[in-house]
Design a protein around this ligand. Structure first.
Ligand code: AMP
Length: 219
């Protein structure tokens, strides 16, 4: 896919519940538009693997499927967005804001997105996707036991299930998402693109791409 660079750096937020396909769509958006992908989940997992102070605190919440405290994640995101690569290339923020307080913090720091994409997928589909999701810790590739499995025995043997991908934890995560979604969306009502995420990934991407192209015309 050819990389397109907008006249001005684009600032995009992608939102959706766990397993709504944000990660997959971010890869497609990133490779076409060369934005810096900021996934708060990935940032926290990196902190946790490095056993930093923040990582150790975050891991406790992540293990329970709960959100980490607003002030910790707000500080992390704000400092990352201020870095030069994000300022020059633009950013694609994934997994933030997840609460009205986080949305308000972005506003107060004058971090204003140009487009707010929401991937909509029914809870029953999300539960099936989450509980079947498996991660290859070597390549970070995500598989699904029913829909997208490798036949390579060596890879199958090392696949793991994320500690927050169980039925109990996804129920907590979905409740937190559904509780906050209306308040968050109200911050972005003028720039929102609601996309049906319960379809083939390339059909979902085609709709996202249309919204981004419209945005490019006005930037
Ligand atoms: P994700 O990979 O986006 O599903 O995030 C995994 C976990 O990281 C979440 O269940 C939360 O515990 C934590 N996390 C990620 N983003 C945020 C956020 N914006 N606010 C609070 N916790 C977050």
């Amino acid at each position: 896919m050819a990389t397109l660079v907008a006249n001005k750096p684009m600032h995009i937020i992608i939102s959706g519940a766990a397993c709504s396909g944000k990660g997959t769509q971010c890869e497609l958006i990133k490779s076409k538009y060369n934005l810096i992908h900021l996934s708060t989940g990935d940032m926290l997992r990196t902190e946790s693997a490095a056993r930093t102070e923040l990582g150790l605190i975050a891991q406790e919440y992540m293990n329970k499927g709960e959100l980490i405290p607003d002030q910790l994640i707000i500080k992390l995101v704000k400092s990352r967005i201020q870095q030069e690569d994000c300022q020059k290339q633009g950013w694609l923020l994934d997994g933030f804001p997840r609460t009205a307080i986080q949305a308000q913090a972005l506003l107060e720091s004058n971090i204003i997105p140009d487009l707010f994409i929401v991937l909509q997928v029914p809870d029953s589909v999300l539960i099936e996707r989450v509980t079947g999701r498996r991660l290859d810790p070597v390549t970070s590739i995500i598989y699904h036991i029913k829909y997208n499995m490798t036949t390579d025995e060596q890879i199958i043997a090392r696949l793991i299930q994320r500690s927050d991908d169980t039925i109990e934890k996804i129920t907590v995560r979905l409740a937190a998402y559904n509780d906050q979604v209306t308040a968050i969306e109200s911050h972005y009502s003028k720039i929102i693109a609601k996309i049906d995420g319960n379809r083939d990934k390339m059909l979902v991407f085609a709709d996202i791409d249309k919204s981004i192209q419209k945005l490019q015309e006005i930037l």
